[in-house]
Design a protein around this ligand. Sequence first.
Ligand SMILES: Cc1cc2nc3c(=O)[nH]c(=O)nc-3n(C[C@H](O)[C@H](O)[C@H](O)COP(=O)(O)OP(=O)(O)OC[C@H]3O[C@@H](n4cnc5c(N)ncnc54)[C@H](O)[C@@H]3O)c2cc1C
Length: 430
Amino acid sequence: MSLFTTDFKESPYWWEAAPPEPASEQDLPKQVDVAIIGSGYTGLHAAIQTAQAGRTTLVLEAEAAGFGASTRNGGQVSTSIKGSLPELTRQFGAQRAVEILREGQASLDFMKDFIPAHKIDCDFQVDGRFHGAHTPKKYDQLARSIGVNAAVFSDDAFMIPKADQATEFDTAAYHGGIVYPHHASLHPAKYHRGLLGIARRHGAEIATHCRVKSLNRTAKGFELQTPKGPVRAGRVVLATNGYTGPLSPWQQRRIIPIGSYIIATEELPSDVMDRLMPTNRILSDTRKLVYYYRPSPDRKRILFGGRVSLRETDPRRTGPKLHAELVRLFPELAQTRISHSWSGFVGYTFDTLMHAGQEDGLYYAMGYCGSGVGMASYLGMRIGQQASDNPEGMTAFNKIPFQTRPFYTGNPWFLAPSVLAYRIRDRFGI
Ligand SMILES: Cc1cc2nc3c(=O)[nH]c(=O)nc-3n(C[C@H](O)[C@H](O)[C@H](O)COP(=O)(O)OP(=O)(O)OC[C@H]3O[C@@H](n4cnc5c(N)ncnc54)[C@H](O)[C@@H]3O)c2cc1C
């Protein structure tokens, strides 16, 4: 039996409900106040701010609008910060650690305010996250983590022991887990479509299929070269995250592009969905190579993602590997076929934190380390404020160094050995 449905697609399931827009035909303006490179959540939220502040704003996108991670992701919305208060304190000192964690909470709060305020139709639901322990030791670690950030915010997290796990998630593969009740989910491509509408209503222009090929400083700002001709801009915001390339070598030396892979299953009977995933929570686990999954917003399919290959490869190869992991959790899905398999690039950083600021006059926000639905939205908004001279735009991520490593120029040669090492650690429960 083929693992793929007859109408299988190598494109995101999300594009069924919100397909990419056709190419824009308009001529480019010769001069704008702000040019934004990249049309994902970062770029569009930045554009909403700069346009709202009365700056003429042009978003330039190499492919279709939202082509990058912003229409491909798992739609899981969390506080996005890797690291607890004690860990961040060791790294950055007590005050900065608190500021960083507050930004994480602010990004989640921002989504809960922004989406209803703008009535974005994107299946946004606050149903929480179940994070499964893949070993008993990890369960104990999760239990000890409760309240560790309480000085900054309360996440109201609670443990689900293995004996009660079926109330959350019908698998024998985990040793219980933790629930974060305030985490949320959305339909990534519908959310992106909503942002495009808001940015345009505020007067931002979005030029798609228009890659910025070079970026040169001038006396009054920048000149950008594109296939549709040059554009002069007083300010430029770089919003390219995992798709950052040689256009901006300083940022390229600091971003580690990592492919993340997802599948959608064919439709499952509602009684099976209700038994396997009785709640609408988003799901993830304690493995170093994290798997993330969830029911589709209509609860008919399972969307299942993770890093299943050592090197970047094509989604026809990763589909069966993700399927095997899905079946390890739910053996009864062995005959369930895959309807969609796709991938996208996340932007990792050497300190596993996101960064925002200005380098040589160029504004940037990036490095969400795979947790950017809320954070790219929030930091996009903040960097847009910074580019509009609004002092509210300053963030904790402006104040920490954006590290690189000697000889790293944007090609993560170390990825395959790292993935292999993590895979071994996960297998042995280390
Ligand atoms: C498979 C996958 C699953 C994920 N799941 C989750 C999740 O469940 N929860 C979560 O919080 N995060 C998740 N993420 C991460 C999240 O999607 C990203 O952090 C977020 O979308 C980043 O948004 P962005 O706007 O910064 O970048 P992107 O959306 O990646 O946009 C960058 C854009 O820049 C464009 N670009 C690059 N160079 C140029 C140029 N020279 N000229 C013009 N345009 C250019 C690219 O074409 C691209 O469209 C996932 C990511 C992936 C790939």
